[in-house]
Design a protein around this ligand. Sequence first.
Ligand SMILES: Nc1ncnc2c1ncn2[C@@H]1O[C@H](COP(=O)(O)OP(=O)(O)OP(=O)(O)O)[C@@H](O)[C@H]1O
Ligand SMILES: Cc1ncsc1CCO
Ligand SMILES: [Mg+2]
Length: 267
Amino acid sequence: MSSTVTSATPSIVAAVRAQSPLVQYLTNYVSMDVAANVLNAVGASPAMVHDPHESGEFARIASAVGVNIGTPSPSWVDGMIEAARAAHEVGTPWVLDPVAVGATAYRREIVAQLLEHRPTVVRGNASEILAIATSQTGGRGVDSDAASSDAVDAARGLARDLATVVVVTGVEDVVTDGSRTAVVHGGHAWMPMVTALGCSATALVAACCAVEPDALEASVAAMVMLAVAGERAGERSAGPGSFRVALLDELAALDDVRVASARVVRS
Ligand SMILES: Nc1ncnc2c1ncn2[C@@H]1O[C@H](COP(=O)(O)OP(=O)(O)OP(=O)(O)O)[C@@H](O)[C@H]1O
Ligand SMILES: Cc1ncsc1CCO
Ligand SMILES: [Mg+2]
């Protein structure tokens, strides 16, 4: 077990800035603004293209795709499935955010359909990952009622079953492909008080997958960005409102030295 940032992380952060990957994000109404701004802050190029008339076509030109079920309705779900299908067909990485999947049968059915198109990464909070891995229902809607540390085994098993990388966010962020596991420490207690930073984490995972084929390393880099920027933003904010603004500034100011300050434990 080691406690250092990998050499891959700084180069992934730099590659996102240098290559400015086009990230198509089909996301919920709540998160669109903050997720697009988070992508912009790290140098990626966001496009919120969701309608089924164009989402599949767009996925074929995107560098990565995110699919987030936060505020679903039938035509949006059609758009998500078209985008996921196209991304899988052309080998473009795509990331699933199963918001509140334990809460309703509708969400469980949507996630089951999306999983058929083989996401590169599934990113959720602990309740969401436990709901998919163990078929448990309920939870507290979009927020988690479990700790990421309680979902490590479930995440590993799910990653193996789906042949994907699973990211469980929370106080610590767990990233696993079923054999390798990394835990990213950092962030700030105000992060869950700002809505849709989980949705934004999903967007960052997609951006990093666009420039790094190893989805585990890409996901670690995305979580490191938020952990370092979040910690620094917390030091100079007065509360969740100013924190939200400072987080964008800190994401834009990330450099090798700051990224190297991340605390990542691998096993
Ligand atoms: N108590 C905490 N301390 C530090 N960082 C946190 C804490 N809670 C969440 N985070 C960070 O906030 C980000 C979002 O994770 P979270 O688990 O809150 O997502 P989520 O529940 O899907 O959020 P949302 O649904 O609002 O988008 C991650 O980068 C995570 O590390
Ligand atoms: C608050 C909320 N409701 C549906 S999606 C969303 C954003 C956080 O997941
Ligand atoms: Mg969420």
